[in-house]
Design a protein around this ligand. Structure first.
Ligand SMILES: [Zn+2]
Length: 227
């Protein structure tokens, strides 16, 4: 029997099939890896609802206020959004049915901008870009929890306008309250926060601790408990 004869045998055929299958899986995996994450997220990017504004004398009426709140899944925070908008726009106003009536003339673009700010800060998941999130208190820290991908991040209220890169970024010196989710091989407490993995030496699973960030290297954070 020659080598060539063996290849024609059933076992040989099966092997070729397995190789093909392996190649196919490999190909899929590589193709998936090559798609930048932004593209995956943007293919179903959430559009912030457009404002529908009407001016009546000296008042500005946001006609679709309640509709916008519904679209961003925040009916449980209607009051908070109402206060946020009035404060940010520096005006007084009342909710009238589904409308928000403000007692001064405010440019439509400015209202749209503030709603976009709210959505980016309090609604959109910074990992997958979806609005399927809820707000949760973790100690004194308000967390944005994504029901689509499971990511958690602390809500960072903007002081003025910030760039895309600054959002959801954790820096050395930041103080936050966290709940230790697991314990690593070295015995350090670990907390997963969006793209970050935080290590807290000397903390056990389930422990709620206030920590100060000591170092940030890529996605790895070392933090220590503080009083
Ligand atoms: Zn997500």
């Amino acid at each position: 029997m020659s080598e060539k004869g063996d290849k024609a045998a059933p076992e040989g055929g099966q092997q070729v099939e397995e190789e093909l299958l392996y190649d196919y899986e490999n190909l899929l995996e590589r193709a998936w890896e090559r798609i930048p994450q932004e593209v995956v997220a943007s293919s179903e990017r959430f559009e912030v609802p457009q404002v529908d504004v009407l001016y009546e004398g000296k008042s500005t009426i946001l006609r679709n206020f309640v509709d916008i709140v519904q679209r961003i899944n925040r009916m449980d925070h209607l009051e908070q959004i109402y206060k946020f908008l009035l404060k940010e726009l520096g005006t007084a106003g009342v909710i009238d049915g589904r409308r928000l009536v403000m007692n001064s003339v405010i440019p439509e673009e400015k209202i749209g901008e503030k709603i976009k700010d709210y959505v980016e800060t309090y609604v959109l998941c910074s990992e997958c870009g979806r609005p399927d999130t809820r707000l949760e208190k973790e100690g004194r820290v308000l967390m944005l929890v994504c029901t689509a991908c499971g990511a958690r991040r602390p809500v960072r209220v903007k002081k003025g306008r910030t760039t895309q890169e600054e959002k959801g970024v954790i820096k050395v010196g930041d103080i936050m309250e966290v709940t230790v989710q697991s314990v690593g091989r070295q015995g350090d407490g670990m907390v997963r926060m969006g793209k970050y993995l935080m290590f807290i030496p000397g903390c056990g699973r389930g422990e709620k601790v206030k920590v100060k960030v000591e170092s940030v290297k890529g996605n790895i954070i070392i933090a220590r408990p503080v009083e």
